[in-house]
Write a protein that binds this ligand. Structure first.
Ligand SMILES: O=C(O)/C=C/C(=O)CC(=O)CC(=O)O
Ligand code: CA
Ligand code: MG
Length: 406
C-alpha cells in the first residue's frame, strides 16, 4: 500500500497509523491537537478531517485522545479506515499535504489524561528472577498465587509522563539487611522496567465484570512504558503491601498509542498454561491475546537487552478480566501495564536489577560500567511487531534522562 513520502518498509507506514497529541511551536499559539504518525511526519488529523468534510472532524480536533478513546470500537475502525484512505489515495494528496509536519518540528504531549494506573507482574521469567533476588531464602521464587491470578498493584496516574520528559532521581528511605537503621537520601539503585501499557477507551459500570471476550471492545491500543523503579527504596518498603514510593515518582509512556487494529498480524498464543485456570481467566477457547512485540532497551544509545513480549504468561485480556472481576469499573484513560518483560535468555531481561543481578555483574557499556543508572543516563525503549505482508509495525519510543535528585 503506497503512501505519500513514506519509504517502502518504514515501520510507521500507512499500515501503522498510531495516534498522539502534538503542537507546533510558533503557530496557532501552539495549540494541542490529535496527530497521526506517518513515517517521520505527523498528520494534523483534525485539520485534514475538516478539509475533507469528514464526520470525524470534531472527534479529531481535540487537545487529547480522550473523546476518540471513549467513542468505541466501531468508530475506532471507521476513523482508521478513513485515515488509511486519506494517506494512500493519490487524489487526496493535495488536500492532505499542508497538514503533514516533520516530526522534528512539533512537540509531542501526553496523549490522554491517565485515569487509573495499574501495573501487573505477568512475565514468569521476571517474577522468578526478582523472587530469587528479593527473597533468596524462599525455596520457590514464584509465590503460590502466581499461576492462578495476574498479580498487580495500583500505581500513581498523576506521575505518568510522556517520552522525552526528564526523570529526577527520587529520594527516600532505604535499609540494607546489614544496616542497623534506615537512612534517607537519593536512591543509589535507580532502575528501569521495560513494559507495554494498555489504554482503556470504553468505560464499564461498577458491578459489571468485563469478560475475556470483551477485551477489544474496551481496550483501544497499546504503548511502550518504562516503570522507573528505585530498588533500594522498594526492597525496604514493599513488605507487606507491595511497591509504593519506589515506583510512584515517574512512569514514562510513548507519545504514540498504537491501535490494536494495527497489530492483528502480531497476535500469538501465550505460553502453555501449566495450571488450570478459573473460568473467568480461562482463555483456552478464546482468540489468542498474546502479542509478538520485539522490544529493545538502550542505555545511552547502547542496546543492553531485547525482551520478547510473546513470552508473557498473562495476556492483557486476562489482566482486564481480573481487574474488573470484583465489580470495579473502568474509566476512559485507564492505563494498565503488562509488568516487566523478561525473556528466558540473560540478554532478554527487562530491568537492570535482573541484567546485573542486583548489581553483582555490572554491564560494560561504552559510556562506562553500569550496575544501576547514573545521573545523566538516558534510557530508550523501542519495539516493533510483525505487520501485514512482511512489514514491521513500529511502536513509538519511550525515552527518558535521569536528572540528579532535586
Ligand atoms: O516481586 C517483587 O517483590 C517485586 C516485583 C517488581 O518490582 C516488579 C513490578 O513492578 C511488576 C513488574 O513490572 O513486573
Ligand atoms: Ca513494573
Ligand atoms: Mg513507575
Amino acid at each position: 500500500m503506497p503512501s505519500f513520502d513514506v519509504p517502502e518498509g518504514d515501520p510507521f507506514g500507512p499500515h501503522n497509523l498510531p495516534y498522539g497529541v502534538f503542537s507546533r511551536s510558533g503557530s496557532d499559539s501552539g495549540a494541542r491537537t490529535v496527530g497521526v504518525r506517518l513515517g517521520d511526519q505527523v498528520l494534523d488529523a483534525g485539520a485534514a478531517a475538516r478539509a475533507l468534510a469528514s464526520p470525524y472532524a470534531s472527534l479529531l480536533s481535540r487537545p487529547t485522545l480522550g473523546p476518540l478513546l471513549a467513542a468505541g470500537r466501531t468508530t475506532w475502525s471507521d476513523v482508521r479506515r478513513a485515515l488509511t484512505t486519506w494517506v494512500t489515495v493519490p487524489s487526496h494528496r493535495e488536500t492532505i499535504a499542508p497538514f503533514l509536519h516533520p516530526l522534528s518540528s512539533v512537540a509531542l504531549h501526553l496523549p490522554f489524561e491517565v485515569a487509573d494506573y495499574v501495573d501487573f507482574y505477568a512475565s514468569e521469567n521476571h517474577a522468578r528472577n526478582v523472587g530469587r533476588i528479593f527473597r533468596p531464602d524462599a525455596t520457590e521464587p514464584l509465590t503460590p498465587n502466581w499461576k492462578h491470578l495476574p498479580i498487580g498493584y495500583h500505581g500513581r496516574s498523576g506521575t505518568v509522563v510522556v517520552s522525552g520528559t526528564d526523570v529526577a532521581r527520587p529520594s527516600g528511605q532505604r535499609k540494607s539487611p546489614t544496616d542497623p537503621a534506615p537512612v534517607f537520601g537519593p536512591s543509589v539503585r535507580l532502575d528501569i522496567e521495560a513494559e507495554v501499557g494498555f489504554v482503556v477507551g470504553v468505560p464499564s459500570p461498577m458491578g459489571s465484570p468485563v469478560p475475556l471476550s470483551s477485551f477489544r471492545e474496551h481496550v483501544f491500543g497499546l504503548c511502550l512504558l518504562n516503570d522507573w523503579s528505585a530498588r533500594d527504596l522498594q526492597s525496604w518498603e514493599y513488605v507487606p503491601l507491595g511497591p509504593f514510593l519506589g515506583k510512584s515518582f515517574a512512569t514514562s509512556v510513548s507519545a504514540w498509542i498504537t491501535p490494536l487494529d494495527a497489530l492483528d498480524e502480531a497476535r500469538v498464543s501465550p505460553p502453555e498454561r501449566t495450571h488450570p485456570l478459573l473460568p473467568y481467566l480461562d482463555d483456552s477457547a478464546e482468540d489468542p491475546y498474546g502479542y509478538d512485540l520485539r522490544i529493545s532497551v538502550a542505555v545511552n544509545g547502547h542496546v543492553v537487552s531485547e525482551p520478547p513480549f510473546s513470552t508473557m504468561y498473562w495476556t492483557a485480556a486476562q489482566q482486564l478480566a481480573h481487574l474488573t472481576v470484583n465489580g470495579a469499573s473502568l474509566r476512559t484513560g485507564d492505563l494498565y501495564a503488562s509488568g516487566t518483560v523478561s525473556g528466558p535468555a540473560p540478554d532478554q531481561r527487562g530491568s537492570l536489577l535482573e541484567l546485573t543481578w542486583n548489581g553483582r555483574d555490572p554491564l560494560a557499556l561504552p559510556t562506562g560500567e553500569r550496575a544501576f543508572l547514573e545521573d545523566g543516563d538516558e534510557v530508550t525503549l523501542t519495539a516493533w511487531a510483525p505487520g501485514p505482508h512482511g512489514t514491521r509495525v513500529g511502536l513509538g519510543e519511550v525515552r527518558g534522562r535521569v536528572r540528579p535528585a532535586g
